[in-house]
Write a protein that binds this ligand. Structure first.
Ligand SMILES: [Zn+2]
Length: 100
């Protein structure tokens, strides 16, 4: 009878061990996938940060080409489309009103 009572326990332990290993393998795979996603996000975030820092460090000053016109636009950290708009405004003296 002792053998009979121990058998289900052994089976249970083996099953539990098997489930545990399966869970570990699954968790390992999941961890690997999560690590991959986190790594991808980290790389994306680093690229974004570098791009932002580069834009903030790059300062452009555009002056009106008209002699005597005091209009000068300094820009840093602006997006390319905004930069284009500001440059277009800076070099178009007809938009500077009574500045000169
Ligand atoms: Zn001007």
């Amino acid at each position: 009878m002792a053998q009979r009572t121990s058998d289900p326990i052994t089976v249970l332990l083996v099953t539990a061990a098997g489930a545990s290993i399966t869970t570990q393998v699954w968790a390992s795979g999941a961890t690997l996938a999560v690590t991959g996603v986190v790594g991808f996000l980290a790389v994306t975030n680093i690229a974004w940060t570098i791009d932002t820092l580069r834009r903030h460090r790059t300062k452009h000053t555009v002056a009106c080409p008209k002699t005597g016109c005091p209009v000068r636009i300094s820009m840093a950290g602006v997006k390319p489309d905004e930069q284009t708009r500001l440059i277009t405004f800076a070099v178009d003296h007809t938009q500077h009103g009574s500045a000169a």
